[in-house]
Design a protein around this ligand. Structure first.
Ligand SMILES: Cc1cc2nc3c(=O)[nH]c(=O)nc-3n(C[C@H](O)[C@H](O)[C@H](O)COP(=O)(O)OP(=O)(O)OC[C@H]3O[C@@H](n4cnc5c(N)ncnc54)[C@H](O)[C@@H]3O)c2cc1C
Length: 442
């Protein structure tokens, strides 16, 4: 019952992981294959994304999948030390509101948290250690976010409703788990055609790796190639009239270290043996005079233990998707990178009371560009492709199937484990454990 998963981002890896849990002998017998066209995994969205996870920020068609996925993220992290290995932490989410006159929209005068903010460390709430007090303001907001004139951080969700992780590290963990169980990963590898048996039925894929071509037999094919999914599908099924309505949306990101976030922030609600539990913060900002786009900033503590701040939100919808993810860095527009860097300094650089401009005392860890797979419906496609739509004369052998899991847009990290779990159920003939009927192709 070999399954070939085309695309080794977080969706392909999550599916392989749950498939290997549901049917361990498949993995052990090397019957799960992840095929990726790039020279390495995680050179695309799943390697550069922010790792914000939400429980119920989704439209109704995705809500049960969103809740399942949020629960699976928590359970996976708790069972496997995810807080250390991939920075899984509960989060508090704020939105920054700035009054056009430079006056806080919900507070005024000296009560404005951002006017007094960064220097109120000593008055921090009841944290269990001195470490927390240095890194948070009196009202619990993070000290790494620089005071903005007239700005107010408005709480939009708290612990239990959102969390965060380092997506690349979660993917690496999933990848290692899959490999340890026997799944095979093939990089620099393209599926070029379907291959048919003597009876004319589809029995696998023709693969090309390092200029060599070979046939790989399989029962099921899952296309989980992110923004490349429509391209992969139409290459394999050129006669299909089905159009996979997913578009690429390029997004820049930056990760920095800040002197105001040099130690993890501890969760003040945890005590005793849980006193060292971390807490992350997410701050969503609308465009202002200082930045013309809507940045998102997230704090996290990756496996090296060094707290860092991720920022993104600067996108380019006109950028063409390259042939492979390896070619993405060459597309980086220096002006756009600079624009994101400047916004990062304005949001998190050093500022003394009364200063209008923050100073750059940040250390850049990395900058990046990647492509989100954005579906035109606004919801991902998680579906078996009806055989009748694959094209004239295409019939699968052994009741196998072609599946798609893609189009997660800005929510692929959050929805990853839920998607992988229900896709593994579908691939093994089980009923999906949550209702995804509105995400299926008709
Ligand atoms: C800047 C930014 C920030 C984000 N922040 C968040 C966030 O905070 N929370 C959240 O939930 N989501 C976030 N997202 C969205 C999330 O990153 C994506 O939805 C998710 O990573 C998509 O995963 P994927 O596996 O579908 O695609 P990808 O990660 O793009 O993986 C696709 C894989 O397919 C491979 N591939 C391409 N062509 C072929 C081919 N022909 N054959 C074989 N393989 C192929 C690629 O090399 C790649 O490895 C963010 C996205 C961006 C861009």
């Amino acid at each position: 019952m070999t399954t070939i998963i085309i695309g080794g981002g977080i969706i392909g890896l999550s599916t392989a992981y749950y498939l290997s849990l549901l049917e361990p002998e498949l993995a052990a017998n090397h019957q799960i294959h992840i095929v990726d066209s790039a020279s390495d995994l995680l050179l695309s969205a799943s390697g550069y994304a922010g790792g914000f996870l939400a429980k119920d920020w989704f439209n109704p068609s995705v809500s049960s999948l969103g809740a399942l996925s949020f629960r699976l993220h928590k359970e996976l992290a708790e069972a496997n030390d995810g807080s250390k290995k991939w920075s899984y932490m509960p989060s508090i989410a704020y939105s920054l509101a700035i009054d056009a006159r430079g006056v806080s929209s919900s507070q005024s005068g000296s009560d404005d948290w951002l006017v007094e903010g960064n220097t109120r460390a000593g008055a921090a709430p009841t944290g269990d250690g001195a470490e927390r007090k240095e890194m948070v303001n009196a009202d619990g907001t993070p000290a790494w976010f620089t005071k903005q004139k007239g700005g107010t951080l408005e709480l939009i969700d708290g612990e239990g409703g959102c969390a965060q992780l380092e997506p690349k590290q979660l993917c690496q963990w999933l990848m290692e788990e899959c490999q340890n169980k026997g799944a095979k990963i093939h990089t620099n590898c393209f599926a070029t055609h379907i291959s048919k048996g003597e009876d004319g039925k589809v029995m696998g894929l023709k693969m090309k790796k390092d200029n060599e071509t070979y046939d790989k037999h399989c029962k099921n094919i899952l296309v989980a190639a992110g923004a490349w999914t429509p391209r992969v599908f139409s290459k394999l099924f050129p006669d299909s009239k089905l159009r996979i309505a997913i578009d690429p949306l390029a997004g820049y990101s930056i990760v920095v270290h800040s002197p105001r976030y040099s130690k993890p922030i501890l969760d003040p609600t945890r005590h005793g043996e849980h006193a060292s539990a971390g807490l992350s913060h997410a701050i969503y900002c609308a465009p202002t005079e200082k930045w013309a786009f809507a940045p998102e900033t997230f704090s996290r503590v990756p496996a090296d233990g060094k707290p860092e701040i991720w920022a993104g939100g600067l996108n380019d919808s006109a950028m063409q998707l390259p042939e492979t993810a390896d070619e993405t860095p060459a597309l980086i527009d220096k002006e756009k990178s600079e624009e994101l860097r400047s916004a990062m300094i304005a949001m998190t650089g050093l500022s003394h009371e009364g200063d209008d401009l923050a100073v750059d005392d940040l250390k850049i860890k990395r900058e990046g560009l990647c492509f989100r797979p954005v579906s035109r419906s606004g919801s991902p496609i998680i579906s078996k492709v009806p055989e009748s739509t694959l094209g004239r004369g295409i019939e699968m052998a052994d009741s196998g199937g072609v599946y798609i899991a893609s189009g997660h847009g800005p929510w692929g990290i959050s929805l990853s484990l839920g998607t992988g779990s229900v896709m593994a159920e579908m691939l093994t003939g089980r009923k999906p454990s949550v209702n995804i009927s509105r995400l299926m192709l008709k």
